[in-house]
Design a protein around this ligand. Sequence first.
Ligand SMILES: [Zn+2]
Length: 153
Amino acid sequence: MIVFDLLCADGHRFEGWFASAADFASQNERHLVACPTCSSVAVERIPSATRTNLGAEPPTPQPEPGQPQKTPDMEGKDPFAIAQILYSRMLDELLTKSEDVGKQFPEEARRIHYNEAPARAIRGQATQEEHDELVDEGIPVARLPLPPSGKLN
Ligand SMILES: [Zn+2]
């Protein structure tokens, strides 16, 4: 047996069980397949959603790697609000996974870059000048637009 997702002319979606695709075609031709909601016999198969009843669950669609996963707190929010949720989530992750080295940041970033300190994620403060020097030396640093009185302090 195969279950097909079916759609009637009025847009009702329902499932029907058939021996095969040919069985469905033949029953549908003879108008034996009717919508359970409105009894319409103008029924068509939705091609992409067929599956067989072998007891196996249909595979759950996995979110694309790199795609931020939608969570219930994003439901109904506008894109700007969603961006803010994602941003604060990213900050939280950054804050929990990095070591706060405070004002030692430029020095520590340099030591890690030159393999004088264990490689790890660090965060801290750097002046504009210190930041520019790190960039000039080819040390990968990223700046976060946090206010000076933000969580980092
Ligand atoms: Zn219908």
